[in-house]
Structure formats: C-alpha cells, structure tokens
Write a protein that binds this ligand. Structure first.
Ligand code: ME8
Length: 517
C-alpha cells in the first residue's frame, strides 16, 4: 500500500487570558474546514491547536482572580476545549504550553540556540506591552503607545538574553518576497519596510521580572520569552526534542500555519529566524487573515467587545455560525461582525438556498413517487448545464482550498445551489407531475437534483460537518456515494434512490424579532 501524503495545519495557540470569542472561532473553524477537506481528499492530516499559557498577562490575570496561574489556565483551557467540541472542531492534537514535554523541548531549543551562539546575554532597556507580550523600542512606538494595539507600554530594564536576528535578514526577506510562504503576499511589503529594511534588531528572549514561564536551564533567574515558548509549539507538539510524540519526521514542515494579522510579524520573521538558526526546514505557508471587527474595532478580550460563540451557536446552530464567519471573511481583509448581516445570510444562503433545495426536492420525490424514484429516464433541456456546473465544482473548490481562500470556495458551492434552485423553476416539476406521460422526465429532473445535492453536501461537509451528513441522509446517499472521489461524477446515487424526509436543516430566522430582542 502506498503511503498517504501528509498535511499539517495549525491554528495559533490562544492565550487563556479570557474566554474564547468569535475571532478565535474564525481561525479554528477555517483550519478545521481545511483539515476536514484534506482528510476527505485522502491526506494523512495532523491538525494542531492549543493554548499559550505562560507570560506576565496570565500571571496578572490569575492574581486578579486570587488563584495560581496553573489553576487559572486549567480552567480556561477547558473552556476552549469545550468550545471546540461545541463547534465540532476535529483537531488531532491539543497542546498546552504548560505540558511537561513542551517545557522540556523549549528548554532544549533555548540551550541549542545558546550553544550555537545565536543567543547571548545582555541588558534590555526599552518598552514592553504586556497585553501583546511585545518589546518595543522608543522609535517603534506610535504616540508613545504600543504600535500594535495602541495601549500604554511600560518601562522595562533588565538583564536579558537576546536572539541574534540579523544573520537571517536576507533569507527572511527572500522568503517573504520571492516565495509563496506568505498569503496574501501583499503583506510582505509592510513587513519588509517596517522590520527588515531598517535592520532586524536582536530580540529580547528572556525575562527576569516575573516567574510564570519556562525557566532557562542554565540561568534560572530567567524565564523564556513567551513568544519563543509559544512558536516552538508547532514542532514540540510533533515530538521535536521530546519523547512524548514521534511525529516530527512525518509531519514537519507544516503545510499551513494560519494566524490573524496581529501576530503575522512573529510568524513571518521571528519563527523563520528560529527555524533557520536551528537548521530546520521552514513551513510551507503562512496564511494571514484579517480581524473580525465590531463597531470598527478589533474584537478582543481586552477591549471587552467580544461576541460569545456559545450564545450564537446555541441560538442559530454551530454550522450556521461556521458558515457565516467563513463566508464573510476574505483572506487578508477585515470583516465587520453584525447580527443583522449574519441572520440575513443564514436565511438567504442556508434556509432559503440550500435548506429549501433539499427539503423541496425530498418532498417532491415523496409526493410524486412515494419516496423512491423509478428507473425510467428522459433527458431534457437544462440538464446538461446543471450537470456540468455540479461536476466541475470539485476542481474549483480544490483550487480555493489549495490557496486557503475559503470564502471563494463557499461562494462557488453556493453558485451550484442557486443553479439547482433555478433548475427547479426551469423544469417546473409540479407541471410535469400533472401528465402521466411525463413520469420519466419528472424522475430525471428529481434525480438530477438529488445527485447535485449529493455533490454539494459532500463538499460542504468539510465546512458544516453537523448538518451535511443529515442532508446526505435525507437524499438517500450512502457513505460511499458521498465520498470526495465521487464528487466530480454524476449518476452516482442509485437509480432507484429512496429519500428520507427529515427536519429542516436550517430553520428560517425572523430578522425583525431577533433584532428587537
Ligand atoms: O496571539 N478576528 O493569542 P491570542 C480574527 N498566544 N481573529 C482573531 C480575532 C479577531 N478579532 N481575535 C483573535 C496569541 N483572533 C498568541 C499566539 S501562536 C504561536 C501564539 C485569532 O489569544 C487570530 O487567529 O491573542 C489571532 O491571530 C489569534 O486569535 C490571537 O490569539
């Protein structure tokens, strides 16, 4: 048997400094959809997510609550895991940076960089933004505040270890400008102009003023800077320099790291520099998406303007939320969150578009044929166009998945949903049903609709993993029929397919009532 090709995808590991919100959901749901799609394509997938549990911010949050940092992160990590269960996230591994094996690997990574001469001891004097866990020089501040989040910075002066970044500047610039590493590539210019061209400054990689971090083994006054600790997760979770796992050779380099623009710099510059210093292969792609905003501001725990995914999911269904956030956000741009837009989209695309297509088709098979189609067929006008649209869909979705453009993948799928709904109007099955001589034509029309739904629901099951199996069950598609391998073929459902009426996949939401509440 030939070995399956591997596919390794990661989300950022999130700070458990507050409960997860719809922003975290976006990245995780996007990665989950890609992971599911790749599994469907036959890849051996490793999908990693987790929590980034060290650092001053966590230490402070725990102190505010009067609990130990470990007690604090234990509680929030469970809330993250609970949300991922609720959103049907199929991660293969969950890393917590407080896990022993990760700590052991990070200590070895730090020591290796030190032994190779890339880490040296010096003194740090400058500004520190605690919410971003970022060091800044005076010249990088904007109006004296953190250039990333606009919040106050504090004075930091301490003995520290530094990571020499300059030896990697040229290679990193080439990585960003000449390769397909960064997606979208348009972001390369800001990185090169703001960080690389002015001279890559050495990075302060240890702290002595707080304790909640991984101790530097050879100088235990110091804890490892949280970003060195966090970025390492992508390899420690595979077993790099630890015995907990043995997957490094199999899955590294990662195929896709997905992050939002707030942490692009760390993944586009610092992480490649670390890997270059360790002489390890670089990840293939860094997909950078924009922010979900609320009233024009980034939705964030510390700004307090968060939308709770548990509440939305309970109300509208986890799949509807998954669909909405992926359909709204174009890779690279921000997307403003609005309840009204979300409800309208759920109603138009899911309830009226897809849900209605499935329920109407199934209802007609029941009404006109008692639930089971006869074998007679008669081809007619509009069939070819529908069949072509349906069978060419998979290649288009493949292409957008390859480019990490989920919004476009969904748009293509929903074009076929619209095409199928139009086919119902064009062929008018209710008129065909009036004449006994049209039985074969009526059966053909309904079969074509069912087989189109099979293709659509199969491809969509990566994006909406809870509802699509129900749609496939309603149209009588067995597991084999509903496979990726069959998603570019027509006439796959059995000739005498039997449908099974079920509940509405996406109940319609009353916009006015919802907005008033
Ligand atoms: O940065 N819109 O953790 P974090 C879209 N621990 N995505 C959003 C978002 C929003 N409004 N808010 C958060 C950290 N995200 C580090 C990462 S990785 C080695 C260490 C998502 O909890 C998005 O993926 O602040 C963003 O990059 C990430 O959450 C930041 O999560």
């Amino acid at each position: 048997m030939c070995k399956k090709e591997t596919f390794y995808i990661t989300t950022p590991i999130y700070y458990p400094s507050g409960n997860p919100h719809i922003g975290h959901c976006y990245t995780t749901v996007a990665c989950d959809s890609i992971a599911r799609y790749r599994r469907m394509q036959g890849y051996d997938v490793m999908f990693l997510t987790g929590t980034d549990e060290h650092g001053l911010k966590i230490e402070q949050k725990a102190a505010e609550k009067g609990v130990s940092p470990k007690e604090y992160v234990d509680e929030i990590a469970e809330i993250f895991k609970g949300l991922w269960r609720f959103m049907n996230i199929s991660y293969d591994r969950y890393i917590r940076t407080t896990d022993d094996y990760h700590i052991e690997s990070v200590q070895k990574i730090f020591k290796t960089l030190y032994d190779k001469g890339y880490i040296y001891k010096g003194e740090y004097s400058g500004k520190y933004c605690t919410p971003c866990e970022s060091f800044w020089t005076e010249s990088q501040l904007v109006d004296g505040k953190c250039p990333e989040c606009g919040r106050e910075v504090t004075e930091a002066k301490e003995e520290a270890y530094f990571f020499k970044m300059s030896p990697f500047a040229d290679r990193i610039e080439k990585l960003l400008t000449e390769t397909d590493y960064l997606r979208p590539k348009t972001r390369a210019t800001e990185l090169v102009n703001n960080f690389i061209r002015p001279g890559l400054e050495d990075l302060c990689v240890s702290r002595t003023t707080f304790k909640w971090g991984i101790p530097v083994t050879f100088d235990d006054k110091h804890v490892v800077y949280v970003w060195i600790d966090a970025l390492s997760n992508y390899i420690t979770a595979l077993g790099y320099l630890n015995d907990r796992y043995d997957d490094y050779d199999k899955y590294w380099p990662a195929d896709t790291h997905m992050v939002a623009k707030d942490i692009m710099r760390f993944h586009a510059i610092i992480w490649p520099a670390m890997l270059m210093a360790l002489e390890l292969p670089l990840p293939k792609h860094l997909a950078v998406h924009g922010w979900i905003t609320f009233n024009g501001q980034k939705m964030s725990k510390s700004l307090g303007n968060v939308v709770d995914p548990f509440i939305l999911g309970e109300r509208y269904g986890a799949d509807a939320i998954r669909y909405h956030i992926m359909r709204e956000m174009a890779l690279g741009s921000d997307s403003s969150f609005s309840n009204e837009i979300m409800i309208n989209r759920i109603n138009s695309d899911l309830a009226n578009g897809l849900g209605n297509l499935v329920s109407r088709t199934v209802a007609m098979v029941e009404k006109y044929f008692g639930g089971t189609l006869p074998s007679e067929r008669q081809a007619g006008e509009f069939d070819e166009d529908l069949i072509n649209e349906a069978t060419s869909l998979r290649a288009k979705v493949d292409d957008f998945i390859e480019k990490t453009q989920l919004q476009n993948a969904l748009a293509e799928i929903f074009k076929v949903v619209s095409r199928a709904n139009k086919y119902i109007d064009e062929t008018a099955p209710w008129i065909l049903a009036k004449d006994e001589n049209n039985r074969a034509r009526l059966a053909t029309v309904l079969y074509n609709l069912l087989d189109t739904i099979r293709i659509v629901a199969t491809l969509l099951s990566a994006f909406m993993p809870t509802t699509m199996p129900k749609a496939l069950e309603q149209i009588g598609a067995c597991e084999k029929c509903a496979s990726y391998g069959n998603a570019d073929k027509f006439n796959v459902l059995p000739e005498n397919v039997t449908v099974k009426k079920g509940e509405a996949l996406f109940p319609r939401i009353d916009v006015e009532k919802e907005i008033e509440e």
